[in-house]
Write a protein that binds this ligand. Structure first.
Ligand SMILES: NC(=O)c1ccc[n+]([C@@H]2O[C@H](COP(=O)([O-])OP(=O)(O)OC[C@H]3O[C@@H](n4cnc5c(N)ncnc54)[C@H](O)[C@@H]3O)[C@@H](O)[C@H]2O)c1
Length: 282
């Protein structure tokens, strides 16, 4: 089935980026969130990001206007009924995603694929909420979506080969590079990345080095574009903690124990860049 009309549920950081790349790729996009102000903020962000791409010569002024014109912001989820593919990028809470997946299963055509951009929730569990687990898959974009090339394509236990192929091809059409991964807590990206960030936090907590020094080691010694603590602040320390807890619970190995300093900072409301304070002050 040819995909023309794409539904995006959740218009936050990731949802607006996903809507951006689909609209830029020529798809018509129905962007759904719970409040008008979130939709307006998303359209504002997409407009600014397209402007930046236009300034760099990546898109023309006409293409920018056309891409924006292809995005229909909606509060009413019923407007997703005639979509050919839906990707969920709502808040990372299982109860929220449960309600969304049950509803999407009820209101969209049974043959369409339902994807999730979740960073850590089990695709197998999301699939089991629906009557079409073979058509449920993870399509994990990276932030900022218009810039980052990678898409982890995650097979749940029941995901069919047909669904996998369709989503892999879709990622390629968006000029992304799909990488195949099986469903497991943290997938590959966070399973490997988060323990490294967590270990960098232990190094700070134990007085091995200051955050600046830890980050410098990674930038200069390993050619990372940013150090692990700058990256943790960028991702959000609450998000890092949630992901560590998902891996600790799901994999059961003590090596995934979140760093006590991370827990304390989240308790203090130091969530990184978005709260103005994390390992650094913003
Ligand atoms: N931020 C990242 O770096 C990143 C990277 C990869 C994947 N993810 C994943 O992407 C998803 C979204 O993360 P985000 O960072 O964009 O979060 P965010 O908080 O910026 O945005 C979430 C949006 O979902 C909306 N929402 C909540 N409940 C909804 C509902 N019932 N229906 C429609 N919309 C609803 C919220 O209003 C909000 O606008 C999460 O699953 C997260 O794990 C995030």
């Amino acid at each position: 089935m040819e995909i023309q009309r794409v539904g995006v549920v959740g218009a936050g950081t990731m949802g607006n980026g996903i809507a951006h790349v689909f609209a830029r790729g020529g798809y018509s996009v129905v962007l759904c969130d719970v409040e008008q102000k979130f939709l307006e903020r998303a359209l504002g962000t997409i407009g600014k990001n397209l402007e930046r791409e236009a300034a760099k010569g990546k898109v023309t002024a006409d293409e920018k206007a056309a891409a924006l014109g292809r995005i229909q912001p909606v509060k009413d989820r019923g407007k997703l009924a005639d979509c050919d593919f839906v990707i969920e990028a709502a808040t990372e809470k299982f109860e929220i995603k449960t309600e969304i997946f049950r509803d999407l299963d009820r209101l969209t055509r049974p043959e369409i694929v339902l994807a999730s951009n979740t960073s850590s929730i089990s695709i197998t569990k999301l699939g089991a909420l629906t009557k079409r687990p073979e058509k449920v898959i993870g399509m994990h974009f990276f932030n900022p979506v218009p810039v980052m090339k990678l898409v982890e394509v995650i097979r749940g236990l029941a995901t069919s080969q047909e669904t996998f192929t369709a989503v892999r091809d879709l990622a390629v059409k968006l000029e992304k590079t799909p990488v195949e991964v099986n469903d497991a807590p943290g997938f590959v990206s966070n399973r490997v990345l988060m323990p490294m960030l967590n270990e960098a936090m232990y190094a700070v907590m134990e007085g091995v080095a200051r955050p600046e020094a830890v980050d410098e080691v990674f930038k200069l010694g390993m050619a990372h574009p940013m150090g692990p603590l700058t990256l943790a602040d960028f991702i959000g320390l609450d998000v890092c903690l949630d992901i560590m807890r998902v891996m600790q619970g799901g994999l059961g190995d003590p090596k995934y124990r979140p760093c006590p300093l991370l827990i304390k900072m989240v308790d203090a409301g130091w969530l990184g860049r978005k709260s103005g304070r994390g390992f650094y002050k913003y």
